[in-house]
Design a protein around this ligand. Structure first.
Ligand SMILES: [Zn+2]
Length: 115
């Protein structure tokens, strides 16, 4: 399974898991787009340029991250892909408090994904 590959980026793993679930549910392209427009993604580090582009194209609602990615960041550190997105509702927000909440709830979140 792709989610066992440590070299893959967390954002791509999350996207693949959601697409797999929604495909199994038989959702249309429009329904999938609507679902992404309501999604919030929590990651520990600023998405890289590749992931920021993918998230923008998908029209994800919000991305929360806990620290900047000074080498590859696509949300302000290197490039600001979220500002040139055609999706005006996309917001990338760096919030250390969000990271704390994410890490606190990670075990239960992981449990949800595994069941
Ligand atoms: Zn990435």
């Amino acid at each position: 399974m792709s989610w066992l590959q440590a070299s893959r980026h967390a954002e791509m793993e999350a996207i693949d898991i959601l697409l797999d679930q929604w495909q199994k549910q038989g959702l249309s392209q429009l329904e999938v787009a609507e679902k992404f427009s309501k999604c919030c993604l929590y990651v520990t580090c600023e998405p890289c340029i590749m992931c920021a582009s993918a998230l923008s194209i998908l029209g994800i609602k919000e991305v929360y991250y806990g620290c900047a990615n000074e080498k590859f960041g696509g949300c302000g550190s290197i490039l600001s892909l979220h500002l040139s997105s055609s999706q005006p509702n996309i917001r990338f927000i760096s919030q250390p408090k969000t990271l704390k909440i994410f890490l606190t709830n990670f075990v239960s979140f992981k449990h949800l994904l595994m069941t």
